[in-house]
Ligand binder design. Structure first.
Ligand SMILES: Nc1ncnc2c1ncn2[C@@H]1O[C@H](COP(=O)(O)OP(=O)(O)OP(=O)(O)O)[C@@H](O)[C@H]1O
Ligand code: SF4
Ligand SMILES: [Mg+2]
Length: 351
C-alpha cells in the first residue's frame, strides 16, 4: 500500500511560480534506498506546466516518468523512497503557491483528487475491490464538492457515459473485478476527472484501450481542458499521440530530462540524439513522411540505475558520442528561450 513519501532535510522551500503556471518542479531528486543500493530514480528533474496546457513526458521504460508523477502526488512508499532534493510548487485555485513537499498530509489529502488527480499506469492499484465503481466515482464528488448521495450518483453516471462505458446504469453497481481491464482503466479516468482537477497527471492513460476508445478519451480530456483550463501531464510511449495532444514535450532518459520544448519544435527538429533515436523507432508514415523504414530499436540498454555514469548517460548508445561524452556530464542548455537540451554537442551535430 502506498503512503506519503517523506521529504528529507535538503529539500528546498518552494520558489516563486510564474503567473499561469499550475505546477513547477525544480531540480527534483527522488531516490529509493534499497538493499542493493540507492536507485536515483529521479535525479534533477525540472519541469513546469501552465493552465490549459498539456506537457507530455516520454522516454524508455525505467526512465523515471511514473516516479516523477508519484512524487508530485506524494504517493510513494515511505519505507524506501526519499525526496532528497528540489521543490514542487502547485498554484492553488485562489492563486496561492503551495509547497507540495512541505504540505501536512491532511492538507495533501484534501488537494489530492480535488485539485490534483492522477490516472495510474496500473488501474488495479488504485481501484478498491471492496466498493462498486459507482461508489468510487461518487465518493470524491461527495467529499470535495459537498453533493448529496443522489446528486453524486447522477454525476458518476454522467461520467461513466463520458468515458465510454456501455450500459452505465448497470455497470455503475459493478465491482472492479467484474469489469474488463479496458473498462477498469476508464473507470479510473472517471474517478480522476470526477472533481474537475486543476492538474491531471495521466500516466499512460490510454495504453490498454483500443483506438476508438482512446480517441474518445483524448477528446474528453481536451474538452475538460477547454472547459476548466485544466493543466495536464501526459506520460506516454506514443510519440504520435504526443504530436496530437501535447503543447510541450519533455524527453526523459535515465532519471533526467534530456530535452524539453514546444512539441512542434522538438518533433520537427530534435536537438538531442536520444529524442531523434526515439523518433526513429516509429514508422515514418506516422509523421506523414514516406513509408518503408519500419521500426528501428535503439541499440543498447539504459545504464544500471544503481550506478549511472558520471558523464552523458546516453554515451554508450549514442551515434554521435566522442571521448569527452564519457567524461563530462552535460547540463541542460537553452537552444532558445522555450527549448532546452542536455547534450555536449547539440550545436555541432545535425540530426
Ligand atoms: N519502489 C521502488 N523501489 C526501487 N526502485 C524503484 C521503485 N519504483 C521504481 N523504481 C525504479 O525507479 C526507476 C524509474 O521507474 P519509473 O517507474 O518511474 O519508470 P517509468 O519511466 O515510469 O517506466 P515505464 O515506462 O516502464 O512505466 C526504475 O529504475 C525503477 O526500477
Ligand atoms: S553528450 Fe555526447 S554522447 Fe551524450 S547525447 Fe550528446 S553527443 Fe551523444
Ligand atoms: Mg511508468
Amino acid at each position: 500500500m502506498r503512503s506519503s513519501v517523506m521529504p528529507s532535510a535538503e529539500v528546498a522551500p518552494a520558489g516563486a511560480v510564474p503567473v499561469g503556471t499550475v505546477l513547477a518542479i525544480r531540480d527534483l531528486k527522488t531516490h529509493f534506498f534499497t538493499d542493493a543500493g540507492v536507485v536515483k530514480a529521479v535525479n534533477g528533474v525540472t519541469l513546469q506546466v501552465r493552465e490549459g496546457e498539456t506537457l507530455a513526458i516520454v522516454g524508455e521504460s525505467g526512465s523515471g516518468k511514473s516516479v516523477t508523477g508519484l512524487t508530485v502526488m506524494r504517493l510513494l512508499a515511505r519505507t524506501s523512497a526519499r525526496v532528497t532534493g528540489g521543490s514542487v510548487t502547485f498554484r492553488g485555485r485562489e492563486g496561492e503557491a503551495v509547497d507540495l513537499l512541505a504540505l501536512p498530509e491532511p492538507d495533501m489529502q484534501r488537494l489530492r483528487g480535488r485539485d490534483i488527480a492522477m490516472i495510474f499506469q496500473d488501474p488495479m492499484s488504485s481501484l478498491n475491490p471492496m466498493f462498486t465503481v459507482g461508489e468510487q466515482i461518487a465518493e470524491p464528488i461527495r467529499i470535495h464538492k459537498g453533493h448529496d448521495r443522489r446528486t453524486a450518483r447522477k454525476e458518476a453516471l454522467a461520467l461513466l457515459k463520458e468515458v465510454g462505458i456501455s450500459d452505465p446504469e448497470r455497470r455503475i453497481d459493478a465491482y472492479p473485478h467484474q469489469l474488463s481491464g479496458g473498462m477498469r482503466q476508464r473507470i479510473m479516468i472517471a474517478v480522476a476527472l470526477a472533481c474537475e482537477p486543476r492538474l491531471l497527471i495521466a500516466d499512460e492513460p490510454t495504453t490498454a484501450l483500443d483506438v476508438t476508445i482512446q480517441a474518445q478519451i483524448i477528446a474528453l480530456l481536451k474538452r475538460l481542458q477547454e472547459r476548466h483550463r485544466m493543466a495536464m501531464i501526459f506520460v506516454t510511449h506514443d510519440l504520435k499521440l504526443v504530436g496530437e495532444i501535447a503543447d510541450r514535450v519533455a524527453v526523459m532518459y535515465a532519471s533526467q530530462v534530456v530535452e524539453e520544448g514546444p512539441v512542434e519544435d522538438v518533433l520537427a527538429r530534435p536537438r538531442h540524439p536520444y529524442t531523434k533515436a526515439l523518433m526513429d523507432c516509429i514508422p515514418r508514415r506516422d509523421y506523414g513522411v514516406a513509408e518503408g523504414t519500419g521500426l528501428k530499436p535503439i541499440p543498447g540498454l539504459l545504464p544500471n540505475p544503481l550506478s549511472p555514469p558520471d558523464a552523458c548517460r546516453f554515451h554508450e548508445r549514442c551515434a554521435f558520442a566522442e571521448p569527452r561524452c564519457a567524461e563530462i556530464e552535460p547540463v541542460l542548455e537553452a537552444v532558445d528561450p522555450s527549448h532546452d537540451v542536455r547534450c555536449l554537442r547539440w550545436r555541432e551535430i545535425a540530426l
